[in-house]
Design a protein around this ligand. Sequence first.
Ligand code: ATP
Ligand code: MG
Length: 261
Amino acid sequence: MVDIPDSHPRKASLLARQSMTEAAARGLLAESAMIAHGRGEAFDYLLGERTIDSAASAISEAASRLRNAESPVISVNGNTVVLAGEDLVRLAAIIECPIEVNLYYRTSERISGLLSLLHEQREAVSSGTPPDGWLGDWKKRVLSVDILGADADDRIPGLEGPRSLCCANGIGGADVILVPLEDGDRCEALVALGKQVLVIDLNPLSRTARKATVTIVDEVSRAASELVVGALTGGNPSEWNNEECLKDALNAMMANQLNAF
Ligand code: ATP
Ligand code: MG
C-alpha cells in the first residue's frame, strides 16, 4: 500500500480506492465494480463524506429491524466485502445471522474468491477485540457465523438468469435482508415478496434507494461500523418514513455544497 499521510484530506477515499484496485487485480470484482464505486464517491463528495443525522436514524432503524427479525440475513457483493467485510462479520455475530455472498454478475470464481476472503475476515475478527458493550464469548460467536453463497439452491421470483439465484437458508427464507449496494430490480423483487429490505446506498435517487424499506444514505464502511454499535444498543422498530429520509439526504447534499461558497 502507498503511504498516505494522516493529514491528507482524502485519505479514507484514497485507501478505499487502493483496496478496490487490489481486489480487482485479484479477480474479486466484476468489471463494472469501479463504475459503481465511482458513482458512490461522487455522492459521498456531495454529502461531505460524513454520516448525516437522517442516515444515523436509518442505521438505528435497520439495526432494530435486524434484531427483531425471525430470519435475518446480510447479503454481500464484492464491493461490500472489500470495503466493509469485517464490520459486517461483527454485525452478523451480534445479530446471529448468516452472510450470503450474492452477486449480480455471478461467476463461480468470484463467489469462491469472496467466500475465502470472508472466511479470512471472520478469522481476523474472531481473534480481535470485541466491540464495546459486548458480553460473552466473542471468538465462539464470530466463528459460528455461517457464510453462504457456494450452493445457490433457490431463486428470487420475478428475476431472470443468474441474478435470480440465491440460497434457501439465506435470502430465500429471510424476512429481513440487509443488502448494501443492491441493484434496483432485485431490491424491488425482494420487496414484492413481502421481505423487509434494508439497503445502504449513497445515491438517494437510485431505484434501490426509493424501493427499499429502509435506506441508509451513507458510505458502506461508515454505515457498517455504526450498524455494529446500533445492534448492541438496541431499540424497537418504528413506523419508518423512508421518503422523508431520502428527501433529507438530498437536502443535506445541497446545503453542504451551497455552504462551500
Ligand atoms: P439502481 O439499480 O438502484 O437504480 P444504479 O443502477 O444507478 O442503481 P448500481 O450500479 O446498480 O446503480 O449500484 C451502484 C450503487 O451503489 C450506486 O447508487 C452508488 O451510489 C452506490 N455505491 C457505490 N459505492 C458505494 C459505497 N461505497 N457506499 C455506499 N453506496 C455506494
Ligand atoms: Mg442498477
